[in-house]
Design a binder for this molecule. Sequence first.
Ligand code: SF4
Length: 337
Amino acid sequence: MLISDLRDRLRALGANPAHESRVLRHWVQHLPMDAGRQPLQGWLPKALMDALPALMAELDGLIAVRSEHAGSDGQSARLLLGLQDGQTVESVLLPRDGVCVSSQVGCAVGCRFCMTGTEGLIRQVGSAEIVAQVVLARRKNPKLKKVVFMGMGEPSHNLANVLDAIELLGREGGFAHKQLVFSTVGDERAFAVLNTAAVKPALALSLHTTDAAKRADLLPRAPRLTPQQLVDAADAYARASGYPVQYQWTLLDGVNDGPEELDGIVALLQGRYGLLNMIPFNSAPGLPFKRPDWERARAIAAELSRRGVLTKLRDSAGQDVDGGCGQLRAREAVGRP
Ligand code: SF4
């Protein structure tokens, strides 16, 4: 189901714009029907009120938890979610009241260090299915305050659905624009559309290397923009939207952790409106990369910060539960519990 389908159904049941907004807010914020000064009962048209329990049950049924894997940090959990057609996606409940959601089943970009990328694109995740991941997370954590689009899929390849979800989460979901993070490998069309979006999310740009040829090898079907073009476009968006870019860098042992890359990062990112998140790769069966030593990663982050590029070293949440993106889905596919 798409958010636009849901709006059409509400209107067909007699909802005016205020009714529509209120019902959507109840769904996205996971509020009880009697929340607020005016309970929905008696305020909505009767046909709509009568249809609402079944409609809410239908929305609840868009996704179901197939398995849940708590991280050893005690704050994160990785969820394998079943969609109505039997496909699965992953969501991660993040420390500090966030959730990471998936925008596609599989992904066409084919990053060589990502399990999801090995599958190719299977299907788009609908806008209502994206929001349903957030509603589910809110049921598990009522204090939820951040949504990042960094799960399975490339959001700019499912742009209309992702932006519809962001608009609903921003207008009715109680999230400020900077609490919604659009993560992309970089795409000219996405930059253009984000600049005119009704709710302008924060931007995360997956850079991974400053060498254009190496990037084409690591991210084989990402748009052919050079790192310089990507950073210029991201920086312009950050300044226009008033919120810094998070540059993402999956640190791969012996691949993008050498001195020439550090010099490239300093040349490219010094003075930019953003920060660099360095995430040591999570080793995964079948992927030809190694996780770098944590102390070495720490030294790299410290050196970059010293040279003027604010760098945060992060571990991806739930990495001890086959936490790389797409690994739970792959594990289920081969019948591992
Ligand atoms: Fe797609 Fe992201 Fe995986 Fe790359 S890292 S293949 S963009 S899901």
